[in-house]
Ligand binder design. Structure first.
Ligand SMILES: [Zn+2]
Ligand SMILES: [Zn+2]
Length: 145
């Protein structure tokens, strides 16, 4: 399976792991996933159903928020589709409004208070803390939820 990286525009052959990730996400009907380019090692998003990049993508303050779903530590991106949404490229959850997303974060912090450490609250908005300020074992802890 050949994939073209949206960052460096190189075409690379997907690894076995990537191929099974893509076929799993197709089965789940996911509209976008994050893949790591095997040529430049940057991450880019891909719609697994069409194998195209779901662009134009806009960078917002909410980009790179940690996913609020149980046992998922994916990062959230804003995708400007016909109906724009915020989505997690790991578990495929999507939120169509910012307030739905923030409510989901609020609920996840109530349930798992340590999760508050990966967000910065500005007014009613959640922003991501820089990755280096996250608790060291954040991903392991979330994976055990
Ligand atoms: Zn690349
Ligand atoms: Zn997720």
């Amino acid at each position: 399976m050949n994939i073209t990286c949206d960052q460096c525009k190189e075409t690379f052959t997907a690894s076995g792991e990537q191929i099974s990730f893509i076929s799993d996400s197709r089965k789940k009907g996911m509209r976008f996933i994050m893949l790591e380019c095997l040529s430049c090692y940057k991450s880019f998003s891909l719609n697994p159903l069409t194998m195209t990049v779901p662009v134009p993508e806009k960078t917002t303050d909410e980009d790179l928020l940690r996913c609020p779903c149980d046992s998922c530590y994916g990062l959230i991106s804003y995708v400007e589709d016909q109906k724009p949404f915020w989505g997690c490229g790991e578990c495929g959850s999507v939120w169509f409004t910012q307030s739905d997303l923030f409510e989901a974060i609020e609920a996840s912090i109530k349930k798992h208070p340590y999760r508050a450490k990966v967000y910065k609250k500005k007014g009613n908005n959640f922003m991501p803390v820089p990755l280096e300020n996250e608790p060291e074992n954040y991903e392991e802890t979330v994976a055990r939820e």
